[in-house]
Design a protein around this ligand. Structure first.
Ligand code: HEM
Ligand SMILES: [Cu+2]
Length: 756
């Protein structure tokens, strides 16, 4: 314990000292303000008066932007603290035996790391970003309840102190033991950081005597109150403080996500609070909520995870909201599928309360119950996937600006996909039973908690930095840092997935030597993440007073793609007011793809698809005919060289219930080729932002060729199989090209269309 206390104490002291030095220097240099403007580089004298008034201001402010900044600073500090825990964890795992820290220290580390990150890092930072930007985005003056807002924030520092008192007390004990006898400072020697795991599973959490557990429970309870209060404020603000022009259908995606997150928090945190009180009572007053014979240890797991699973979504929904906000600005296109993203967010919110028992597949839960939780857990992948597809589609055919925010967005989508897919496996009971308690789980959830949450925080930070400070950060450093953090996370957490797949259990300080090399790779990756975090911090802090001044009202050239959103309009007004800047005018404007402008048919989306089909039927038939003729050549050759069995056309007819008649099958095939597929292609092409060009046709053809390959497969093996697949693919490409070339031709001859 000692070594760890000293290390963490020293690191924190160093950090605090460093910040103090930076701050003192900044006082003497130029000051930028968090209000969308900058001050000139005048010298500001070091006055006690001014200091006092500043202190007073920050302690008593009820301004949503100030409170936002406070939240962000607090959350960042907590994140660095929890990050230090993570670095220490990984350091211990450099060698197989527990020789760097003791096993007890190791246990404490993964406990405090998890809790600090989940409770004191993510939500405060997102509440901070929300506080700063939601009112600007919805055109409100401030949050609905500014004073409650301040209270909500100021509950957090004491909560963190209570939760992590163990370390402070230990360091205090170290210092005191130099002067005082052991008896006099007994309290300091009994309190130690909690080491029962962040899930606080009973019976261990009930039985361990460490008094710090009680302090932790109180701290968590307090943080729960803070979160609930903040959540209520967001809900009321978004529901009632919107400007007249902002209807629910115009509400931006980030605010939608903050709304759903707050709704989840409102249901989840009071429940956690009750469970924590029960645990406190069990520990101190001899109740039997979680004792065998009483409610039982499994009851704790139910209560904990009924909060714990939605909590995961509370953490990650705001990150997806930031992605949907930032990504479109850097690909020059409007967010694709606004409505579907909103629905999927709401869907995730509801479903997230229905899957908690997937964390308990290895506990003694009724197998029938497990099966139903498995089903819902798999289903929850759908709304997440919808978001991913919409992001990818937003990027499609965009004009990509590879600045730091974009790099982080693209990296996030990648890690999120791997993290999400590995999660689907864990949702399956037998697979979870194999992998539960291994590093596979750690790899899976870190690909999400690291691969999208901090990435999006950084991306949003870079994106809005000019607005918040009136200055630019070092953009080259930012690009480097973004690449670095993606690289580090991939190396670290992919390695954990692999060693977990090989069966290495998590939460153990000592491990078999054959895993050493892999563990060292993961640790080096973690150090890379740590380094990139420091580079980020340096860039943000140093640029605050040294960065280039922003001299335009549209730093990201958003007007050119019609994405000059409300918060930037606010910024523009301020810049004009304060610094007499001219409103920026873009050199050219491109028409960003705007699904909102598309005519909505009678039945919403469905109606417009029907209209499309009707409008396009003629064109589709011609294109489909040309494509099918070309394709027939390829398929005919395949029949001749004997890799495609003509009888398989009969199977097609059988598939739709017409009996195994090859002739009927061929007919069906022709109808599909000349009518159905071209119509589908045209219907989708209106929603697919790509140009109606060869690439689109090839992609479409490749996709449908997989269906064909499955449907027409008649047991070919070896070389015949390769030939079969090859011919199927080539024939479909011929089809796709025939289709698109015909469309191109018809379009170039037909009347000019306004559509694209
Ligand atoms: C800086 C990058 C990070 C690294 C290198 C890292 C590393 C680790 C390691 C080694 C463990 C222990 C695994 C075990 O023994 O079971 C762990 C656990 C955990 N981490 Fe991280 N982590 C990082 C960031 C984060 C973030 C950002 C969050 C939350 C948003 C987070 C949340 C957790 C949680 C909840 C646990 C589970 C503790 C447990 O159940 O044992 N981590 N992390
Ligand atoms: Cu879960």
């Amino acid at each position: 314990m000692t070594d760890r206390a000293v290390v963490q104490g020293t690191l924190l002291a160093l950090l605090a000292g460093g910040l103090l030095v930076l701050w003192l220097r900044s006082r003497r240099a130029v000051r930028a303000e968090s209000d969308g403007g900058y001050t000139t580089r005048e010298e500001i004298a070091f006055e006690v008066d001014r200091l006092q008034s500043q202190l007073y201001r920050w302690l008593t402010t009820t301004n949503h932007r100030d409170i936002g900044v406070l939240y962000i600073v607090f959350g960042t500090a907590a994140g660095l603290w929890g990050g230090t825990d993570a670095m220490m964890l990984r350091t211990e795992l450099l060698t197989p035996p527990a020789d760097i820290w003791t096993p007890e220290t190791y246990n404490a580390l993964f406990t405090t790391h998890g809790l600090t990150m989940l409770i004191f890092f993510v939500l405060p930072v997102f509440f901070g970003i929300g506080n700063y930007f939601v009112p600007l985005l919805i055109g409100a003056d401030d949050m609905a309840f500014p004073r409650v807002n301040a209270i909500g924030f100021w509950l957090l520092p004491p909560a963190l102190l209570l939760a992590r008192m163990g370390l402070l007390v230990q360091v205090g004990g170290q210092v005191l033991s130099l002067f005082l006898p052991e008896d006099a400072i007994r309290f300091f020697l009994t309190v130690r950081e909690v080491s029962v795991g962040w899930t606080l599973y009973a019976p261990l959490s009930v039985q361990q005597p460490n008094p710090q557990i009680d302090l932790l429970l109180l701290g968590l309870h307090l943080s729960g109150i803070a979160t609930t209060v903040g959540a209520i404020n967001f809900i009321v603000t978004i529901a009632y403080e919107r400007a007249d022009a902002v209807s629910w259908g115009d509400l931006d995606i980030f605010s939608w996500n903050m709304l759903v997150t707050s709704g989840l928090a409102l249901f989840a945190f009071p429940l956690l609070g009750s469970a924590l009180v029960m645990l406190l009572l069990d520990r101190n007053l001899g109740t039997a909520f979680f004792a065998t014979g009483g409610g039982g240890p499994i009851l704790w797991q139910h209560l904990f995870w009924f909060w714990g699973h939605p909590e995961v979504y509370i953490l990650f929904l705001p990150a997806t909201g930031l992605m949907s906000t930032v990504l479109p600005k850097f690909v020059g296109r409007k967010l694709f599928g606004y409505k579907f993203i909103v629905y999927s967010t709401l869907g995730l919110g509801v479903l997230s309360f229905g899957v908690w028992a997937h964390h308990m597949f290895t506990s003694g839960v009724d197998p029938r119950l497990k099966a139903s939780f498995m089903a819902i857990s798999i289903a929850i992948a759908v709304p997440s996937a919808i978001k991913v597809f919409n992001w990818l589609t937003t990027m499609w055919d965009g004009e990509i600006d590879t600045s730091a925010p974009f790099i982080l967005c693209a990296g996030s989508i990648g890690t999120f996909i791997v993290g999400g897919v590995t999660g689907v496996f864990l949702a399956v009971v037998p697979i979870d039973i194999l992998y539960h308690g291994t590093y596979y789980v750690v790899g899976h959830f870190h690909l999400i908690v690291v691969g999208i949450i901090p990435f999006m925080m950084m991306a949003a930070g870079y994106y809005w930095y000019p607005l918040m400070t009136g200055r630019w950060y070092d953009r080259r450093l930012a690009k480097f840092q973004s690449g670095l953090v993606i690289f580090g996370s991939t190396v670290t957490f992919m390695t954990l997935l692999v060693i977990g797949g090989l069966g290495l259990p998590r939460r153990q300080a000592i491990y078999p030597p054959e895993y050493q090399v892999a563990n060292q790779i993961a640790t080096v990756g973690a150090y890379v993440i740590g380094l990139s975090a420091l580079l980020w911090l340096y860039n943000m802090v140093a640029s605050y007073w040294r960065g280039d001044v922003v001299r335009t009202t549209d730093p990201w050239d958003l007007k050119a793609t019609n994405q000059f959103t409300r918060e930037w309009q606010w910024f523009e007004e301020r810049m004009i007011e304060k610094y007499d800047l001219e409103p920026a005018t873009p050199e050219s404007t491109r028409r960003a793809y705007a699904p909102e402008l598309e005519p909505i048919g009678m039945l919403g989306g469905v109606g417009s698809v029907v209209e499309n089909v009707y409008r396009n039927a003629g064109r589709a038939a011609v294109g489909g005919f040309v494509g099918t003729v070309l394709m027939a050549g390829g398929l005919g050759t395949a029949v001749v060289v004997d890799v495609l069995d003509p009888a398989s056309f009969g199977e097609i007819a059988e598939l739709v219930g017409l009996g195994p008649d090859p002739l009927l099958g061929t007919l069906l095939f022709l109808v599909g080729g000349t009518v159905t597929w071209p119509l589908l292609f045209l219907a989708f092409s209106d929603y697919l932002p790509g140009q109606l060009m060869f690439e689109t046709g090839l992609v479409f053809a490749t996709l449908i060729s997989t269906g064909f390959a499955v449907a027409f497969y008649t047991g070919q093996a070896g070389l015949a199989l390769v030939g079969y697949l090859g011919f199927v693919l080539v024939a479909h490409w011929a089809y796709g090209l025939g289709l698109t070339v015909t469309f191109q031709y018809l379009r170039s001859r037909g009347p000019r269309e306004g559509r694209r």
